[in-house]
Design a protein around this ligand. Sequence first.
Ligand code: DHB
Ligand code: FE
Length: 280
Amino acid sequence: MARITAGVGSSHVPLLGVAADQGKTQDAYFKPIFDGYEWTKQWEREQKPDVIILVYNDHASAFDMKIVPTFAIGTGERYKPADEGWGPRQVPDVEGHPDLAWHIAQSLILDEFDMTIINEMDVDHGLTVPLTMMFGAPEAWPAKIIPLAVNVVTYPVPSGNRCWALGEAIARAVASFPEDLNVQIWGTGGMSHQLQGPRAGLINPEWDNMFLDGLVGTSDALRRIPHVEYIRETGSEGIEMVMWLIMRGALGHETRSIHRHYHVPCSNTAIGHIVLEPVA
Ligand code: DHB
Ligand code: FE
């Protein structure tokens, strides 16, 4: 049987992709950020996940105002890097796992989560930067990736509660896949940041750390945080953190934290990172 063995949370700041691609990870500004991922890079080399369900958001690279899927699953064979801002990164293509992805899509839809199914799309920094942070710069990404895109760009975005419930349904879907696969689920984006308007640059370390604390243990209080609290306390782009709740929901009743990292500043955001294991 396939099983979800761990969850990873991480910010996806595009500047970190640029720093990695331009060999600047040891510069004074970037070193404390990248150092916080060294533990995870080593751990991932030992874990060797077969598949990663990578919950992320697109930033008008694959989708724009013509189509705004709330929850979309990638069922394709491969995805090319794309990006706004600095443009597509010179990183390997992302290989999918169509068999597991179609199985999850079927299971979710029969479980009454009406997913959008996407066979062809490009993936931007929301997906490729977390891969770089966890795997560095390999010739090919060492795991198959199932992209799970969430609309956190255009209102209305899904509630934290719905995201958590989707994670629970993903866990049921994975557990019913007959092949013996080591599956991880990653939740990406955040932490507190606002990229525009009078509050641009807003960072809230107390709130971010409360959120990281809340991912650990048995509490499910995070699923009840309303959108207005994310916006007020963490800025307009802090709402990306609802994606971490899909990861948390998929890990079941109780989690333990095996690594955690938080650093300010990182471009316009607070960078946060956590590695969680389900407690059986
Ligand atoms: C930044 C952060 C993001 O999450 C993003 O999607 C784009 C830019 C930033 O801090 O620069
Ligand atoms: Fe973002």
